[in-house]
Write a protein that binds this ligand. Structure first.
Ligand SMILES: [Zn+2]
Length: 255
């Protein structure tokens, strides 16, 4: 179990640990979920990727509108991880409890904040009473038939900043949800929202500074280590929750 926790992120660990080993003793084997037989085929792979491309690049019936939306999403002035999160949310491929249950995981589906019977995407990011008021205070009218239509409505009835603020807020809600589900840490919504907007501010300021060449000294230029030595690259960030994350990697000369 420690090995699983060391290798995968908390959502993946949760999914893996809830798998039931086969009682029949059958050997493990690969299954391709886009064919009924479970066998991989070029045709089904082509069809799968074509569907994704059509929905993003506007070859479907409402293609032009969708294309405009996806283009706007990737151009937003928010940290890249928020854009990736927003894209996954719009595709409903976040590991909400509803989605994990759809994948046959034996878990309790209740919202961990309000005990709503099913934590699906729309509930956890928009409708949960524990955070809904914060969205309403920023967006007077919310079209809530689905998460994607909500986001599209905010963009097309508002502007890029509205959509940025929306994604930052719901990213904060998802962060708070994960803290609760995986670490049993209850964070106040105000705190996570403040955290998200601080990150956005930091991102915009750094981009402006680099773009305007105000401080060239801010730019770190990587150089290879001397031969017969290793270089430890460290990148760090300190956030409001008194936690810090860092990444590092060893690199060989000219590697
Ligand atoms: Zn809830």
């Amino acid at each position: 179990m420690a090995k699983v926790r060391a290798l995968f992120n908390p959502n993946m660990v949760e999914a893996i640990l809830r798998l039931h080993p086969s009682h029949t003793g059958a050997a493990d084997h690969w299954l391709w979920e886009h064919e009924k037989s479970g066998s991989f085929s070029i045709k089904s792979a082509y069809s799968f990727f074509k569907t994704i491309l059509e929905s993003e690049h506007g070859e479907s019936s409402n293609g032009a509108v969708m294309k405009k939306f996806w283009t706007a999403l990737w151009k937003l002035q928010v940290p890249h991880k928020v854009k990736v999160f927003a894209w996954r949310a719009c595709k409903d491929c976040l590991p909400t409890k509803a989605n994990l249950i759809k994948r046959k995981l034996d878990i309790e589906g209740k919202c961990c904040f309000c005990q709503h019977p099913l934590e699906d995407l729309r509930h956890v990011l928009i409708l949960c009473p524990s955070t809904y008021g914060f969205l309403r205070s920023r967006f007077a009218v919310l079209q809530i038939s689905s998460f994607l239509t909500t986001a599209m409505d905010i963009l097309f009835k508002g502007n890029f900043k509205d959509l940025s603020d929306f994604f930052l807020m719901v990213w904060a809600f998802w962060f708070r949800r994960n803290k609760m589900v995986h670490e049993q840490i209850a964070l106040p919504p105000q705190q996570v929202i403040g955290f998200a907007f601080t990150k956005k501010l930091h991102s915009v300021v750094v981009r402006q500074q680099l773009g305007n060449h105000i401080s060239k000294n801010m730019v770190y230029i990587w150089s290879p280590p001397p031969e017969d030595s290793l270089k430890l690259n460290i990148d760090g960030a300190l956030f409001l929750f008194k936690q810090s994350w860092y990444g590092h990697g060893f690199e060989e000369p000219y590697g």
